[in-house]
Design a protein around this ligand. Structure first.
Ligand SMILES: *Cc1c(COP(=O)(O)O)cnc(C)c1O
Length: 432
């Protein structure tokens, strides 16, 4: 595979950008390679600066439900740009976007736009704390909610513990109110609530964990969260930055039939532009400035370009429910193919899938939580990633990330991927 141009840009990049990238996972560090630099993308394909074309399973980490740069969304954006790229005054399209989101998500009455998923979760927590007058929050090991201080936490020793910062620069004091529990463990949640439920402002959870591979929350687990939050007056926050408008147009409320008190969106609602949003019931969202005392703001929030793209994306998804059926069929086709490969090669790996997310874990199953994920052989994943790349398939460059499918992926793309995967797994097997 030719990579002279990517290599040259990377050499320059590391001089001016930490690690040469603006988000760590782009560095390919965990697969021991240098990153490919992308030149352009269309549909299910990305093309790098050396002219290599790949079938793309990153899809910008989820936003691109319809694939790269679909005409149906990007047409007309030049005109939007010419009318002004940002005003600092409210616009009608922000209202249309908010209405669209609220109508799609019956658990919430109001929504506030922000610029990233990180901002959405950080702001939602502040509002939940302001609303309840409590400080403690509960999160789950292996769930990622962006990089704000209070959420960069892993569990200490034992299963029910106070958090330990996962990053230098996060004061222990800031995470002392963050409790970390095991995902998909309703017992642990009940125990925590029995001892300190009255001090817990919020529980934040990915209903389908998409940042430790792909692990669906069990109905019992999510229902337990709903029950204890109702009982103890805590705010249940679904972080739907990945799942929102992906697992279903009605997101987790439709998919699991469980309603949170607040929700966070990102990724998909911007269709590839920088967007996030958080929403909740009226009583909670009335806390938000300027209506209420909890401060939260954003110079570029509700940006006209982002609203234009995001709104069109959501409208297409709303008006074409068959997209979800077809995406699901593609995910099943891929997951089934990968499982068949594993079986035929006599390997003991695991494939999880949920909606249009698929993950191949290099570990025996079942994979239900972070403790299970930890058994993955990341060395084998490295080999697999490189072998797939050589065969024209670009995967998320880390074991603990899911593959994102888009409506632009064809059955042929998927069959090509399954074939490449068989060959790549054969090479992996030689290294075992
Ligand atoms: C990506 C992600 C975030 C953070 O969003 P950014 O836009 O990267 O800040 C938060 N929560 C979940 C579940 C995510 O996948």
């Amino acid at each position: 595979m030719k990579n002279e141009k990517s290599k040259a840009i990377f050499e320059e990049a590391v001089k001016y950008i930490p690690g040469g990238v603006n988000s760590p996972v782009r560095a390919f560090k965990s697969v021991g390679l240098d990153p490919v630099f992308i030149d352009h993308a269309h549909g299910s394909r990305v093309t790098d600066v050396d002219g290599n074309e790949f079938i793309d399973y990153v899809c910008s980490w989820g936003p691109l439900m319809l694939g790269h740069s679909p005409d149906i969304i990007v047409n007309g954006i030049e005109e939007v740009v010419r009318r002004g790229t940002s005003y600092g005054f409210p616009t009608a399209i922000e209202v249309e976007m908010a209405k669209l989101i609220v109508e799609a998500y019956p658990a919430i009455d109001k929504v506030r736009m922000v610029n990233s998923g990180t901002e959405a979760t950080m702001s939602a927590l502040r509002v939940a704390r302001g609303y309840t007058g409590r400080n403690k929050i509960l999160k789950f090991e292996g769930c990622y909610h962006g990089h704000s201080d209070a959420l960069l936490v892993k569990s200490g020793s034992g299963t029910l513990t106070f958090g330990v910062p996962t990053s230098p620069g996060v004061p222990a004091d800031v995470v002392k109110d963050t409790i970390v529990a095991r995902y998909n463990d309703p017992e642990a949640v009940r125990e925590i609530f029995e001892t300190e439920g009255n001090e817990i402002a919020a529980v934040i959870v990915e209903t389908v964990a998409g940042n430790m591979g792909v692990i669906e929350g069990t109905k019992e687990f999510l229902q337990t969260l709903r029950d204890v939050c109702t009982e103890y007056g805590s705010v249940l926050i679904f972080d739907e930055v990945i799942t929102g408008f992906r697992i279903a147009y009605g997101s987790s409320v439709e998919y699991f039939g469980i309603k949170p008190d607040m929700v966070c969106f990102g990724k998909i609602i911007g269709a590839g532009l920088p967007v996030g949003a958080y929403g909740g019931k009226d009583a909670i969202m009335s806390m938000v400035s300027p209506l209420g005392p909890v401060y939260q703001a954003g110079t570029l929030s509700g940006n006209p370009l982002a609203m234009y793209m995001g709104k069109k994306n959501l409208e297409i998804l709303r008006d074409n429910p068959e997209i979800y059926t077809s995406l699901r069929e593609k995910a099943v086709r891929l997951a089934t193919g990968l499982k068949r490969n594993i079986e035929e090669l006599g390997l003991d790996f695991t494939v999880n899938d949920s909606g249009s997310l698929v993950c191949l874990f290099f570990a025996p199953g079942p994979i239900r939580n972070y403790d299970d994920v930890k058994h993955c052989n990341t060395q084998l994943f490295k080999i697999y990633f490189e072998e797939m790349l050589k065969r024209g398939i670009i995967l998320p460059p880390a074991q603990f990330e899911g593959m994102f499918l888009s409506h632009a992926h064809t059955d042929e793309d998927i069959d090509t991927t399954i074939k490449a995967s068989y060959e790549a797994l054969k090479v992996v097997k030689e290294h075992m």
